[in-house]
Design a protein around this ligand. Structure first.
Ligand code: SF4
Length: 344
């Protein structure tokens, strides 16, 4: 083992957090944790991991679950396509692989929603196969350790970092080393204020020597953010009910439920609509940020019209429907009383 590898492993054994998915080699649990942790912080993801493991102790349980229950459990994590992929992959494992996760990197890549990163994680953690994991933490550690300027989100960057990660991997214990690199990036070589002054690999760290730590890793500029202007309409067909519709289009929040929605191209046309609407209720504005979209949302109460075609549901059963986080935020702020106290 090289001195760098040995130092990183020693650091990991002394500093690692105790996380439930590190106590198992069961590929189902490891896959679950990896999908949940994509774009989610560990402390937030932990509660969801436990919820899913409790509700679906095996891949067979998840595969036969009702989609609505899966989306309900996922609620609050965002990126609902991940929940749908999770469910679809469980079905694929059961139907195509008789409930047994593939035990090779290539086999794992055949699973829906499993890309090179997740395949390497499962292959190394569950099956001790020598595939280096490259997540955001590992990119950062490598870019600093080797003072590497290629953008990590460019095609060339991906190739360079894959090569570096694979070369640094401890072949005899790839699962442990992958965990160590990820944890080292998460706790020691952090994005802001990395702990360079008390770092076991400082003498090997080229960025530290060159004083370029804060400039790494390099990333290409993000995609332009799309702004969308939403008005959710709260419409009671009869007292105690509210109109809801399911989202079918290939867009955000597919298969979730919402109050009937009007979308506008810009803030001005939305404002004109709101000013002309004889609304019984108008909420404050909610700004909701998704990865490439900013949503500006209002909630209004209005009378039913003959053209309204959404389904009435009982207000008391609202919590049984998977809904987008922004609607949840609105309900948390205003409470269910809003439906009774206002003449919506
Ligand atoms: S010296 Fe600083 S930048 Fe280099 S590996 Fe250690 S924590 Fe990261």
């Amino acid at each position: 083992m090289s001195p760098i590898q040995a130092e990183i492993i020693a650091w990991y054994l002394a500093n690692k957090r105790s996380l439930p998915w590190r106590e198992t080699q069961n590929p189902y649990f490891i896959w679950l944790s990896e999908i949940i942790l994509q774009q989610t912080r560990v402390d937030q993801g932990m509660a969801y991991y436990h919820k899913f493991v409790d509700a679906f102790p095996t891949v067979f349980d998840l595969a036969k679950a009702d989609e609505q229950l899966v989306l309900n459990l996922w609620q609050g994590l965002g990126y609902y396509s991940r929940a749908r992929n999770l469910h679809a992959t469980a079905k694929q494992v059961v139907h195509e692989f008789q409930g047994v996760f593939p035990s090779s990197y290539e086999g794992l890549l055949r699973l829906k929603g499993v890309g090179p990163y997740t395949a390497a994680a499962i292959a190394s953690f569950s099956f001790d196969l020598p595939h280096a994991v490259l997540d955001g933490n590992v990119f950062r550690v490598l870019s600093r350790l080797y003072n590497w300027p290629t953008p990590i989100n460019s095609t060339q960057g991906k190739k360079d970092f894959e090569k570096m990660a694979q070369e640094l991997l401890v072949q005899e214990n790839p699962g442990l080393f992958n965990q160590a690199m990820m944890e080292f990036g998460a706790l020691q070589c952090k994005p802001a204020q990395p702990n360079c002054h008390d770092c076991p690999i400082q003498v090997h760290c080229e960025a530290f020597g060159a004083q370029t730590v804060d400039a790494l890793p390099v990333k290409l500029k993000k995609q332009i953010v799309r702004k969308r202007y939403f008005v959710f309409e709260l419409i009671q067909s009869t007292p105690g009910t509210i109109l809801m519709e399911k989202r079918h289009a290939k867009d955000i929040w597919q298969h979730l439920y919402q109050f009937p929605l009007r979308e506008f191209d810009d803030a001005e046309s939305k404002q004109v609509y709101l000013s002309n609407l004889n609304a019984s209720f108008l909420s404050k504005e909610y700004k909701h940020i998704l990865s490439h979209q900013h949503l500006y949302c209002h909630f209004v109460g209005r009378d039913m019209q003959s053209s309204d075609s959404a389904e009435p549901i009982s207000i008391l059963e609202l919590d049984q429907y998977p809904i987008p986080r922004v609607i949840e935020r609105f309900l948390e702020d205003y409470g269910l009383d809003i439906f009774e106290s206002k003449a919506i």
